[in-house]
Design a protein around this ligand. Structure first.
Ligand SMILES: [Zn+2]
Length: 229
């Protein structure tokens, strides 16, 4: 089986093997010596030797569990950068659009620096990437929080209430929540989202489930069809 690699955040190659990640230690002739990437953190002594695209020797056991989920997350983060580069190279965007690309890089991807490295973006990929949220069926937006703000604003019914009016609104909100909690304890079922949102969520799950089977630019287009701005 050919070896599986991933690029580190510093642009270096890492070896993926059995749910573990290895960093390159040294190379002697055709043999490459790898050490577990946890060798510094928790002094894991697992080592692997590879030659001609296959494993020739494994040494020592890991002193920690495999981390398939982290590897998956690392791979997706790498895909984010590669696909962004693919997108910006293919698209003939006008010079006027450069500030938008700069904003996107600074905020979400990181600006390119020496070699194939990029600076840390303002928001780490793990913070904004919703791939796992879709798979785990948890909300991808803060719409519910905005909905709460709207209804609370309506209850207060002015922008700068007096402290007494504000305290009364908080009390009313608390009693409303206490009532709702009791209703859920009594078995009340939360109202389902509107059909158009349910259908949209289902389509996004469908597109995300095909992540590993299609070209990533087609994948992005598939996701984009389901969002209105
Ligand atoms: Zn290890």
């Amino acid at each position: 089986m050919p070896l599986d690699f991933i690029a580190s955040t510093k642009g270096k190659q890492k070896l993926l093997l059995g749910g573990f990640t290895f960093i390159k230690d040294r190379r002697v002739n055709t043999v490459t010596y790898w050490k577990c990437d946890q060798c510094f953190n928790i002094k894991c002594r697992a080592r692997v030797h590879t030659a001609n695209d296959s494993v020739v020797k494994t040494l020592n056991s890991h002193n920690h569990a495999a981390h398939a989920a982290r590897i998956d997350a690392d791979r997706i983060v790498n895909n984010v950068k590669e696909t962004f580069e693919d997108l910006t190279q293919r698209c003939q965007y006008p010079d006027d659009a450069q500030p938008v690309v700069d904003y996107f890089e600074d905020t979400w991807i990181g600006r390119p620096i020496r070699g194939s490295r990029r600076r840390q973006p303002l928001f780490a990929h793990e913070v904004w990437n919703c791939y796992n949220s879709v798979n785990d069926n948890i909300p991808k937006t803060n719409n519910s929080v905005e909905g709460w703000h709207r209804s609370f604003n309506e209850m207060v019914s002015c922008n700068h209430p007096t402290i007494w009016k504000f305290i009364n609104a908080l009390k009313l909100e608390q009693s409303r929540n206490d009532l709702m909690i009791e209703q859920f304890i009594a078995g009340r079922v939360a109202p389902p989202p509107k059909k158009k949102y349910r259908d949209c969520a289902q389509r996004i799950i469908q597109v995300v489930s095909s992540y590993n089977q299609q070209n990533l630019l087609d994948y992005l287009r598939g996701i984009a069809h389901n969002y209105n701005f």
